[in-house]
Design a protein around this ligand. Structure first.
Ligand SMILES: [Zn+2]
Length: 75
């Protein structure tokens, strides 16, 4: 079972689909049990959708800062 730091570190790999099946399962289990990590995950996933749908340059700086803060607070 990964801890919060490990989960947050692997969040990006998870979202990029670069984890193995078993690593993905571990992260998913942690997210099911840990609402701070789940919140960070949701937020990052949401940002990815924004980035995919628009130009990266149009993502507001405030949103990036919110993510960075959310991850710092849960780490
Ligand atoms: Zn956690």
């Amino acid at each position: 079972m990964p801890d919060c730091n490990e989960t947050l570190r692997e969040l990006y790999l998870f979202l990029d689909g670069e984890l193995t099946d078993s690593d993905r399962d571990h992260i998913q289990h942690h997210l099911d049990d840990c609402s701070p990590c789940l919140a960070a995950f949701d937020f990052e996933a949401e940002l990815r959708i924004v980035v995919r749908n628009r130009c990266v340059d149009q993502v507001p700086e405030a949103l990036r800062e919110r993510i960075a803060r959310a991850i710092e607070e849960t780490a």
